[in-house]
Design a protein around this ligand. Structure first.
Ligand code: TYM
Length: 334
């Protein structure tokens, strides 16, 4: 059976981008005939320093966000990465397969490391090898992500292909990225050329999963737009990135195509569109933040679910890790 794997960093403050580009799709992929494995990648989070108590809370809050978005731990394996040691071990094996030059080419590394890249953690550079390990330790066949992870998934395929070539095997699948739908790149509410991101200094640029109804409505009201009326189809928004973004967000939230949304607003301005968008956003997000709060009220239950998920993940991962070591000639005698 096909196996789907994906992960989210528990580095605090999930956004509407994470929800539409990832969480909502993770939930929709359940019960569709594939095994679904979802992970809070805490080992990735610590590639930049995290306050320990805050990190632990963010891992639990991330788990709450998965479940509040519809990921069901009975249908999917839900766990945090550091509880399954195969990830870190496989990452080391891949550190010997991947090339240093591949890592320096990653745009996420360049963005996160900034000017002083010599002073970034070695883990930040090796980050994509750990990501490949996440995926390939399960021999996952497909990975749902937003557009910004495309380069990392190409590198995952490069690592799989080089391993298969170097060891003359077909051990690892060439994993397919699943970058589908109208919300694979949700843009900032303040600047249609920038991705919506938890690291943007302006809180008005994003909708957080924990924002209340008033905050959501206010951020949408203040979102940057233009003065033109809306066209009847998305084609007409080619050169209007802010307008296109809002229409795409609406379509993703209401499970319509952008053209279906525009059919209702053709000829109207944002004075009519924004309140309607605020309504669908609040209707979709308010239950999620409420359910997150309910899960967070019982952290012991979250820990139990993540622990159980880790045991199940381990059962899938360990045999694949062991066969990988075997292929590489590492001696096992116990
Ligand atoms: P992360 O934690 O930055 O983001 C989690 C998921 O949310 C998507 N996303 C977006 N989608 C649409 N619009 C946006 N503005 C937006 N912002 C974020 C991301 O594309 C991602 O799907 N390296 C990964 C985590 C990771 C992973 C993995 C993913 C580690 N191992 C294995 C898949 C498989 C990351 O930093 O995602």
């Amino acid at each position: 059976t096909p196996r789907i794997f994906s992960g989210i960093q528990p580095s605090g403050g999930l956004t509407l981008g994470n929800y539409l580009g990832a969480l909502k799709r993770f939930a929709a992929l359940q019960g569709q005939g594939a095994e679904t494995i979802y992970c809070l990648v805490d080992l990735h989070a610590i590639t930049v320093w995290q306050d320990p108590e805050t990190l632990r809370r963010n891992i639990r809050e991330g788990a709450a966000a998965f479940m509040a978005s519809g990921v069901d731990p009975a249908q999917s394996i839900l766990f945090n990465q550091s509880q399954v040691s195969a990830h870190a071990e496989m990452a080391w094996l891949f550190n010997t397969v991947a090339r240093v030059g591949w890592m320096y080419r990653m745009t996420q590394f360049k963005d996160k490391a900034g000017k002083n890249s010599e002073n970034s953690s070695l883990g930040l550079l090796a980050y994509p090898a750990l990501m490949a390990a996440d995926i390939l330790t399960y021999q996952a066949t497909a990975v749902p992500v937003g557009e910004d992870q495309k380069q990392h998934l190409e590198l995952t395929r490069d690592i799989a292909a080089k391993f298969n070539h170097d060891y003359q095997t077909e051990h690892f699948p060439l994993t397919e990225p699943l970058i589908e739908g109208v919300a694979t790149r949700v843009m900032s509410l303040r600047d249609g050329s920038k991705k919506m991101s938890k690291s943007d200094p302006s809180d008005a640029s994003r909708i957080n999963l924990t924002d209340d109804a008033d905050t959501i409505a206010q951020k949408i009201r203040k979102a940057r737009t233009d003065a033109e009326p809306l066209p009847g189809s998305i084609e007409g928004l080619k050169d209007r990135p802010e307008a296109r973004n809002l229409v795409n967000i609406h379509a993703a939230l209401s499970d319509e195509t952008p053209d279906q949304v525009l059919a209702r607003f053709e000829g109207q301005g944002f004075g009519a569109f924004k309140p309607a968008l605020a309504d669908v956003a609040v209707a979709a997000l308010e239950p999620i933040s409420r359910r997150m709060g309910e899960y967070m009220a019982d952290p012991a239950e979250i820990d139990r679910i993540l622990g159980q998920g880790a045991v199940r993940a381990d059962e899938v991962a360990t045999p694949i890790l062991e066969s990988t070591k075997e292929i590489m000639g590492l001696l096992r005698s116990r």
